[in-house]
Design a binder for this molecule. Structure first.
Ligand code: UD1
Ligand code: CA
Length: 472
């Protein structure tokens, strides 16, 4: 039987160097809070529970993390919070979680500001621990200053010495503690109870348990990870930006391995999940947010923003298109097969476009369905509209869907032709196959097949003389 795993995530620190009002662990990477990355990672290990130690901005952190889990991931069965006030060091932080920890099982200690740790790495560390050993995750740092150094005698780990407490010789050590360890619960509790704060920072160091373990004759193993990005923490906006790029590069590499052609992975951002079919091409500077799916052969031009949208096979999204579907199912944007969208198109929540629809430049569509082959190619607004097959919607035309208090629907039946610069005042229905003359303001339903014109009659005065300037 597998040993139960309890996870303790330290997230009480202030994050002074972020110089932000937002608690550090709530800063976003790939569209998710740093701490959320850690929670989503550990969910994949199926731990018995996870305890998050909060302090600075505790209420805000707790509220932001609790209801959320990665899309599709099983909700963390037992996620709880303990508060650490004041913050007296990492040992003191883990001490706050002790009442939550049963005597059996092992505890995995993680940092809430180290977002890119991977489940496989943690599984390896838990295997190293094996329910009996103190297992440390370490890494070789070119510049180890600031970190706890791994002091070994031969191969055997003796202790971790914090940078500020290290001798000049110890400071030469490049193997550092990453902040990640796995430790049997019963021993952890014992060692935590014996920590002191007699060190240069007056803090209770979690890392001092290594020395206690050695004193007690417990086995200590340190595994050095080659992939530094997994253990990189975020302390400043620069580090956040660096990790964001590392994260995006990994995501892009995964998509390219599936065959997606990303023109420049350095100018590509996914803040959520992006699912792609075969032969998808994505030009530079595109941002994908929430849940986005691109069908086979979809091409996305440069500088597009696409959120919560399903784009069917063969569709082309031209440059500078803004698609902003909402997170709720009814607010998502759907685009049918072989549609042409953009350049400079805007699809807002609830835009549902059928196959072969064309939406051109400076056309805005909100909460509207457009059936197969409908076209709105230039400078138009369709809001709360139901548009039939093959409708042609002229340049500059709009649905006046809002009367100042309520929104109303416009129905444009199949094969209607709406001229340029029309105002369709909802609620209104344009009957099948009808035509609306350019410049019309339509306030009443029109009959199928009819031509409707609602504008001042043209008056022409022959040989009219323009006034001329009077001479003084
Ligand atoms: C700690 C380790 C150091 C290691 C480094 C890796 C100790 C004493 N030192 O350094 O060996 O190389 O991490 O990054 O453990 N936190 C709390 N409460 C506190 C103090 C910290 O929750 O009272 C949290 C912070 O929010 C952060 C994490 O613990 O998520 C690590 O704290 P930080 O101050 O960044 O690390 P150091 O103590 O400098
Ligand atoms: Ca510290």
């Amino acid at each position: 039987m597998a040993i139960p795993v309890d996870v303790v995530i330290m997230a009480a620190g202030k994050g002074t160097r972020m110089k932000s009002k937002l608690p550090k662990v709530l800063h976003r990477l790939g569209g998710r809070a740093l701490l959320q990355h850690v929670v989503d990672c550990i969910v994949q290990l199926s731990p018995r529970q996870a305890v998050v130690v909060t302090g600075h901005g505790a209420a805000q952190v707790e509220a932001a993390i609790f209801p959320q889990a990665a899309p599709g991931a099983p909700f963390p069965p037992a996620l709880s919070f303990v508060r650490q006030e004041p913050q007296l060091g990492t040992g003191h932080a883990v001490q706050q979680a002790v009442p939550c920890l049963p005597d059996d099982g092992v505890t995995l200690v993680l940092n809430g500001d180290v977002p890119l740790i991977e489940p496989a790495t943690l599984r390896g560390l838990l295997a190293d621990c094996g329910g009996t050993r103190l297992a440390l995750l370490t890494v070789h740092m070119p510049d180890p200053s600031g970190y706890g150094r791994i002091v070994r005698q031969g191969e055997a780990v003796q202790r971790i010495v914090e940078h500020k407490d290290a001798t000049p010789q110890q400071r030469e050590i490049h193997e550092i503690y990453t902040g990640v360890m796995a430790v049997p619960n019963a021993r952890l509790k014992n060692w935590l109870s014996r920590l002191s704060n007699k060190n240069s920072q007056g803090e209770y160091y979690l890392t001092d348990i290594v020395n206690l373990a050695v004193q007690d004759g417990a086995e200590v193993v340190a595994t050095c990870i080659a992939d530094k990005v997994q253990v990189d923490g975020v302390n400043s906006p620069v580090q956040l930006a660096e990790l964001e790029r590392a994260f995006q590069a990994r995501l892009a590499a995964g998509l390219m391995a599936q065959g997606v052609r990303i023109r420049d992975p350095a100018r590509f951002d996914v803040r959520g999940t992006l699912a792609c079919g075969q032969d998808v091409e994505i030009d530079v500077n595109c941002v994908f947010e929430g849940q986005v799916a691109l069908g086979d052969d979809v091409r996305v031009g440069a500088n597009c923003f696409i959120a919560n949208a399903q784009i069917a096979a063969g569709t082309v999204i031209h440059p500078f298109t803004h698609i902003e579907g909402g997170g709720r199912a009814q607010d998502a944007v759907t685009v049918g097969e072989c549609a042409l969208i953009g350049p400079f198109a805007r699809l807002r929540p609830g835009a549902q476009l059928g196959a072969e629809v064309h939406i051109g430049n400076f056309v805005e569509v909100k909460n509207s369905t457009l059936a197969r082959g409908a076209k709105a190619n230039h400078l138009a607004y369709l809001g709360d509209a139901t548009v039939g097959e093959r409708v042609n919607y002229g340049a500059g035309s709009i649905t006046a869907n809002y009367d100042g208090a309520n929104k109303h629907r416009t129905v444009i039946e199949a094969d209607v032709h709406i001229g340029s610069n029309c105002v369709l005042v909802a609620p209104v229905t344009i009957g099948r196959g009808g035509t609306v003359g350019g410049g019309s303001t339509i306030t009443k339903d029109t009959a199928p097949g009819a031509l409707s014109v609602a504008r001042g009659k043209q008056v022409s005065i022959a040989n009219w003389r323009r006034p001329v300037k009077t001479q003084k």
